[in-house]
Design a protein around this ligand. Structure first.
Ligand SMILES: [Zn+2]
Length: 433
């Protein structure tokens, strides 16, 4: 048996529960790896405390759930800047080093969970193993596959395509239902728990968004093969017809969702399928292009304006929206992950508490741990953040590394800049007064 675990008692907390509500003047107690209690006034009395409790008076600072990034590419680095086959831009070992660094960085930025959206060479599966064995520090991770898609789809093209190099690192090229089924099985064998399929072009790829890259038979076979073995399927989808097709076939996560309209919203609600709008990368990319009017920039601008109009409608209707984006793409470096939150609040007009719910409760559900994580609730695992201020009134706080006074991962303090222990005399147990 190990040594007794010191409880962490956070008093005077402003608690962002994670479900769209807040609680003020609360005491949150972390005991071992779990949250043991969350109570509003009165503050704990001497009888409530144990001699070895670590008691911190937060004086109104915020406690909130660790966030979840639901579209993460740990290996991406300036993707799109090198005319090499997708996934082969750098040696595999170099990509592994980047993945280790980016996963650690994600946690320090307050994201204690990540659902990968694809990595070459089954790197994700090894990352998950390394995290689970304590070899590296990283979030709770759902490892994703290589991209499975068809010959000549946007991710399979490289310069010059006629050499037939193929994008073997990042893509498992497959044609026909049987090959899709085999590819899914191979990825699961190599450790993938999530399968990524490029259902369409568009949204940052060189293919037009109207171009659907897989047949219904191929997608159905992939989803069936994944579900048979307990894996899920996510799809890069950027047109309405493909979105409706994928929902009909039982896709588990919709990435991007450009082209969404009211009919799509109804279907997303009926199937309760989560959607990752991931608008920040195309928005920043367009900004970096200035007012340039190239064919693809015009198309991107039209897509993003349409999404900016429909996203608040989808949010208000209750579509399960989550955070996550293509950090690591050209001009969109890893690191400032919470910029997404500020973008949706300040530029798209979604209420801050709603976006924080995307980041926490909704993210935990997509992580597959909705019962264990995502809200500050007694009994749940203590993946928590302590923020020096109130992110509901100023979401930009979450972009500031200095604002994170604590990051807890399963009750373990990964970051600890908490104010020094402040035991009030009347809170001390009688024998310590
Ligand atoms: Zn992506």
């Amino acid at each position: 048996m190990g040594p007794p675990v010191t409880r962490l008692v956070l008093t005077g907390a402003h608690v962002v529960i994670g479900d769209g509500t807040v609680l003020d003047h609360a005491t949150v107690v972390v005991d071992g790896d779990r949250i043991s209690s969350v109570e509003s006034d009165p503050a704990p009395t001497a009888g409530d405390l144990r001699p070895d409790d670590r008691v911190i008076a937060l004086d109104g600072r915020t406690v909130m759930p660790g966030m979840v990034n639901c579209h993460f590419h740990a290996t991406y680095h300036r993707l799109g800047s090198v005319p090499a086959p997708f996934g082969l831009e750098e040696p595999m070992a170099m990509q592994v080093v980047r993945a280790v660094r980016n996963l650690e960085r994600l946690v320090l930025a307050g994201f204690t969970g990540a659902v990968s959206a694809g990595a070459p060479f089954a790197i994700d599966a090894s990352m998950k193993t390394a995290i689970d064995r304590g070899l590296i520090m990283g979030p709770r991770l759902v490892p994703c596959s290589r991209d499975i898609s068809t010959t000549g789809h946007a991710g399979d093209l490289s310069f010059p395509a006629h050499w037939e190099v193929g994008a073997l690192g990042a893509i498992r090229r497959s044609d026909g239902p049987d090959e899709f089924r085999r590819s899914v099985r191979q990825e699961i064998k190599e450790g993938a728990e999530m399968i990524k399929i490029f259902v369409t072009g568009g949204h940052g790829t060189i293919g037009p968004r109207e171009q659907t890259e897989v047949s219904a038979e191929e997608l159905a076979a992939a989803i069936d093969a994944a579900h048979q073995r307990g894996a899920r399927v996510r799809g890069h989808i950027a047109n309405k017809e493909a979105l409706l097709m994928a929902l009909d076939l039982g896709i588990d996560i919709v990435d991007h969702g450009d082209g969404m309209d009211d009919e799509c919203i109804d279907r997303l609600l009926a199937t309760d399928t989560p959607l990752v709008p991931s608008m920040l990368f195309p928005a920043r990319f367009l900004e970096s292009m200035g007012g340039a009017s190239l064919g693809f920039t015009d198309a991107m601008r039209t897509d993003i304006e349409a999404m900016a109009a429909v996203l608040p409608v989808a949010n208000a209707a209750g579509v399960r929206l989550v955070l996550g984006d293509d950090f690591g793409a050209l001009g969109f470096p890893h690191g400032p992950y919470a910029e997404e939150i500020a973008y949706y609040v300040e530029e798209i007009g979604i209420p801050a508490l709603d976006v924080l719910t995307w980041a926490t409760r909704n993210g935990a559900e997509v992580l597959g741990m909705g019962d264990e994580l995502g809200t500050v609730t007694p009994g749940k695992l203590a993946d928590l953040l302590v923020i020096d201020g109130d992110p509901v009134s100023d979401v930009n706080l979450l972009r500031d590394p200095d604002a994170f006074l604590a990051v807890l991962l399963g009750g373990r303090l990964v970051t600890d800049r908490l104010p020094s222990e402040q035991l009030l005399a009347e809170q001390l147990p009688a024998d310590r007064r």
